[in-house]
Ligand binder design. Structure first.
Ligand code: SAH
Length: 287
């Protein structure tokens, strides 16, 4: 990858001249996939429970304490572990290698975050509508962003901009000690609360507000994921990144790229373009 070291603030031009799609092209077939098929891997085997996933996490924290209601999946078929593991296997096939992230993806029942009329599509690798012209992100991109943000590290504080229905926040809760997530649409903030409540995940804090401002009161963050695309990464978010921290954001309008920004020192950030992507727009203010 081409790292372009930049002084703060970063301009869009610092992004577009980087090489794109390299990470995906160089991804190697990964063993978690084969292991998944055998059901013997670090990735959760079929019929395992998320509690096991949290307990086996190598992130150095105590896990999220998912409730038994979630841990045992859904008795109505759609939430079967098998179908979710098939989705995770496809994500792994596309190059995501971080076993902790794949485990987390396998543990969270995505169908519980979308309306019942769409639940038959919950485990296809696609974004789906959640109302208010917004979407639940595609599982592949959720995993990819988390892998890039984590970079093998144990994460303490992470920030998500764009809670939406709360799905990615739930997945993040299994790879970070404390998750903060901000949503600007009140109705979606409430929807996420409703979706997450029965899961009794102890380490997620949901905020209603403009995520472009970040959360200075709890910064710095060692990871930040934006689930909506702006023309550039908001400066407040760069400032709230810990030194050594990683921010992953879609950048652009019609044509977007996934950008990784790492804070190198107090006043230096390095930006890398990872691959093309497609997200809903990042907007200022609340509604
Ligand atoms: N994280 C979600 C994806 C939701 S889509 C998932 O798990 O699938 C992106 C969300 O970003 C939308 O709900 C949109 O309202 C929200 N958003 C856009 N601009 C925002 C901003 N400035 N602050 C907070 N949320 C924002």
């Amino acid at each position: 990858m081409t790292n372009t070291e930049k002084k703060f603030p970063l301009s869009l031009s610092s992004v577009v001249d980087s090489r794109s799609a390299q990470a995906r092209q160089t991804a190697t077939p990964q063993t978690a996939l084969k292991n998944l098929a055998r059901g013997e891997s670090r990735a959760a085997p079929v019929n395992s429970v998320p509690k096991t996933v949290a307990a086996r996490s190598n992130s150095g924290h105590s896990g999220s304490g998912l409730s038994p209601a979630v841990a045992h999946g859904n008795p109505h078929g759609m939430g079967s572990d098998k179908i979710r593991h098939a989705m995770v296997a496809r994500v792994a096939q596309q190059g995501v290698q971080d076993a902790l992230v794949l485990d987390a993806l396998a543990a969270i029942p995505r169908h519980l975050f979308i309306e019942s009329g769409l639940s038959s599509q919950a485990y296809i690798d696609a974004s789906l509508p959640i109302g208010h012209h917004q979407t639940i992100s595609q599982p592949y991109i959720v995993a990819r962003m988390m892998e890039l943000m984590r970079n093998g590290r144990a994460l303490q504080h992470v920030l998500e901009i764009g809670t939406g229905c709360g799905y990615q926040a739930a997945v993040l809760s299994l790879v970070a000690k404390q998750v903060y997530s901000i949503e600007r649409i009140k109705a979606l903030h409430e929807l996420a609360k409703e979706n997450l409540r029965p899961m009794r995940i102890a380490n997620i804090r949901l905020h209603y507000g403009d995520g472009m401002l970040g959360l200075p009161q709890v910064a710095p963050f060692d990871g930040n994921i934006l689930a909506a695309a702006g023309l550039e990464v908001p400066q407040a978010l760069l400032m709230q990144l810990a030194v050594g921290g990683r921010l992953i954001a879609p950048v652009g309008s019609r044509s977007q790229v996934l950008q990784l920004t790492e804070r190198i020192s107090k006043d230096e950030w390095a930006a890398t373009t990872v691959e093309a992507c497609h997200f809903v727009p990042l907007r200022a203010g609340v509604i």
